[in-house]
Design a protein around this ligand. Structure first.
Ligand code: TNX
Length: 669
């Protein structure tokens, strides 16, 4: 064999062995999200206390120093370098990482690229690196990685309106997302239950609008029903968050949800709502109008103030202006809105919504911003194509939005809503089904019927954490938001980062096992292991359920008495003090636990907001055994019991109904 061909064979063998090594001998790196191109080879780079690191990007150096404090941060070139190199020829956010036995080099196409290269580098360390202050000597495996994201938008949504989170909590959340190469935080700052951003020109928005319950004009709902609850961010705090996120290559996109979901601002400035008379008797007198009047010209001046200040706080080129779930009956009843509707020749109130939003688009454009909207905003057909659309309400609206030429963030609830439960017997909503990590990871644009043209309009993906349940879960489940977010957001990160053809659930699942150690070290209380099983066998003893409240449906009480409707039934009005619900058993029940729920299971909405639970052994004399907590109580029955009664001790629950459920009765183990 000639020496040149020998070299070819040897090279081929070497390549082969490198390839085989990758498949078998070389340990899996468990990288999440999976980089585009990874070539592992034998050998390692030894990090010791004498290793120095050179990072000429001060912001990034400061970030890395929290993880790798022992290594001298030299201002001279070192064996380990992390830097920006715009002439790499890689797309935005791309990086190259090379670990050789004598040198480690991370080069990013831009700041984000260098940051992501550094993240992949950290994933090569033992998980303890995430505990901070990492000082042990260790070996990094030799590897060459070339990587860049498939999509420019890899987002996570956070609802701090229903449940407020402190600046420190949000910072921690952002830090955890950044380790997964998530680059957008969609910050849901306003909703019916609270206004959380300080607007200096309108201080009442937070002094009044950030609070619910107690003496607030915004009634309590979703937990904390017996006291005033809320909180908000000052502009200084928000600027601190923006800087924190920017250091982690995350852009915060603030959302002010308009023109619906505006009960809070409507309680502060009732004049922004349509001047319509409503019958509020079903809600014990509480006015629940929550939609901006489109025809009131002063409203746009107020919105100008709001978006001027917001634009100054948030450097993001995008601002989310809402557009979901608008109660349009208020416009139909409003003389001014219906006149405007006629004057424009509209045939659908969705056109009036777009009319309103187009005016808001003009306002944000004045401050150099581009609009993001929820998918309903395009239903009228007249919303500017400038808008970026968040497709949440199923896959159809995502297809519609891309078919109509809108750039779209894909986040249909059935795959991307992290307020849905992760297994059947866990906490969480279920209106969009069970959303396991596998379900989320399985999302595939091709399988969902997107054409190449439609795919080209996909900006990226986003997980959503809505927080109706967060507040009531927190007292007994401090880390609820982490548990609901991780590891599902790891799946979103990979869907957005890694090309579809490189993604495979079984491999992701295996990598996730290794990655779990990193999340542990980060202090994330992520979900893992098998789903919990319910405790105790459920029994359905014969009973009759009655109530003082009028039911919406004739058959309701019969069905509930037969344990027949898992969703519950609504009453015709909210609860009043003195209302009662009674469960009478044909044979006394004993040695059981009884879960009594008013409102949605897992979500304290439509609840009896305050009440007591009483039990009776003879069906006549009752003894108080518990107070309702967020509309629910679990009691232990240890003697033969004929009847259980719920007695309501307050009027109103912020809603127009109470949702009644049958009791869940479990045999004591
Ligand atoms: C629908 S998603 C909503 C939210 C709720 C969520 C609960 C969207 C744009 N609107 O207001 O929090 O469902 O899953």
């Amino acid at each position: 064999m000639k020496s040149s061909s020998l070299r070819v064979v040897l090279t081929a063998l070497l390549l082969c062995s490198a390839f085989v090594a990758e498949a078998t001998a070389v340990p899996s790196l468990d990288l999440v999200p999976l980089p585009r191109k990874v070539e592992q080879s034998e050998g390692e780079f030894r990090f010791t206390s004498a290793t120095t690191v050179y990072c000429p990007v001060p912001q990034l150096r400061a970030y890395l120093a929290d993880y790798l404090p022992t290594f001298a941060w030299r201002s001279v070139r070192s064996r380990v370098e992390v830097r920006i190199n715009p002439s790499l020829g890689l797309p935005k956010e791309g990086y190259r990482l090379s670990v050789q036995s004598d040198k480690v080099l991370v080069e990013g196409a831009d700041y984000a690229g260098a940051f992501y290269g550094a993240q992949t580098l950290l994933q090569l360390f033992p998980p303890q690196v995430y505990e901070g202050d990492f000082r042990s000597p260790c070996a990094l495996p030799c590897v060459e990685i070339t990587d860049w994201p498939e999509y420019p938008y890899r987002g996570q949504h956070l609802d701090v309106a229903r449940t407020f989170m402190s600046v420190e909590e949000v910072k921690e959340y952002i830090s955890h997302l950044a380790c997964h190469k998530i680059n957008r935080l969609h910050f849901h700052l306003t909703d019916d239950q609270g206004w959380r951003v300080e607007i200096a020109s309108h201080p009442e928005l937070t002094s009044v609008g950030a609070w619910r319950g107690g003496d607030s004009p915004i009634w309590a709902v979703y937990g904390s029903l017996d006291k005033k609850y809320g909180g908000y961010y000052t502009q200084d705090e928000l600027r601190e968050l923006v800087a924190w996120a920017a250091q982690r290559a995350i852009t915060i996109i603030p959302e002010v949800d308009l023109p619906g979901h505006s009960l809070a601002i409507g309680k502060v400035y009732p004049e922004v709502l349509c001047p319509v008379e409503r019958d509020n008797s079903r809600a014990a007198g509480y006015d629940r109008r929550n939609v901006w009047c489109v025809a009131r010209e002063e409203n746009y001046a107020l919105l100008d103030d709001i978006f001027r200040e917001l634009s100054d706080i948030f450097p993001s080129e995008w601002i989310h202006i809402g557009g979901d779930e608008v109660g349009m009956s208020q416009w139909k009843e409003c003389p001014h809105c219906s006149a405007l509707y006629k004057q424009n020749g509209y045939t659908d109130y969705a056109q009036l919504e777009a009319h309103f939003l187009n005016r808001v688009v003009e306002i944000v454009a004045r401050y150099g911003k581009r609009p993001v909207v929820w998918n309903e905003a395009i239903n009228g057909g007249n919303l500017t194509r400038e808008a970026l659309v968040c497709g949440w309400d199923g896959i159809k609206p995502c297809r519609k939005s891309t078919a109509e030429g809108y750039r779209t963030v894909i986040m249909p609830a059935q795959w991307f809503y992290f307020d849905m439960r992760q297994a059947p017997h866990e906490m969480g909503h279920n209106w969009a089904g069970v959303v396991s990590t596998e379900k989320c990871y399985s999302f595939n644009l091709d399988e969902q019927g997107f054409s190449p043209e439609q795919k080209a309009l996909v900006e990226g993906f986003e997980g959503a954490f809505w927080s109706e349940i967060h507040l009531s879960a927190r007292p007994h489940f401090e880390s609820y938001v982490e548990y609901m977010t991780f590891p599902r957001v790891c799946a979103v990160a990979e869907i957005g980062w890694t090309p579809q053809q490189l993604r495979k659930w079984s491999e992701f699942e295996a990598r996730l096992k290794g990655h779990a150690g990193r999340m542990d070290a980060m202090g994330i209380d992520h979900r893992s292991g098998p789903a919990p099983k319910p405790a105790g066998k459920v029994i359905t003893p014969k009973m009759a359920m009655t109530t003082s409240m009028p039911m919406s449906k004739e058959e309701a009480l019969g069905k509930l008495s037969a344990y027949a409707n898992d969703w519950g039934y609504t009453t015709k009005r909210t609860c009043h003090e003195g209302d009662w619900v009674l469960w009478e058993f044909a044979q006394p029940i004993d040695n059981v636990g009884v879960e009594l729920t008013t409102g949605y299971r897992h979500v304290p909405r439509g609840v009896v907001s305050a009440g007591v639970i009483e039990v009776s052994t003879n069906g006549k004399d009752f003894r108080r055994v518990a107070d309702l907590n967020n509309g629910s109580a679990t009691i232990r029955i240890n003697r033969p019991t004929k009847a259980i009664r719920l007695r309501c001790t307050a009027t109103g629950n912020g809603d127009t109904f109470v949702l009644l459920q049958y009791p869940v009765i479990r045999k004591n183990n």
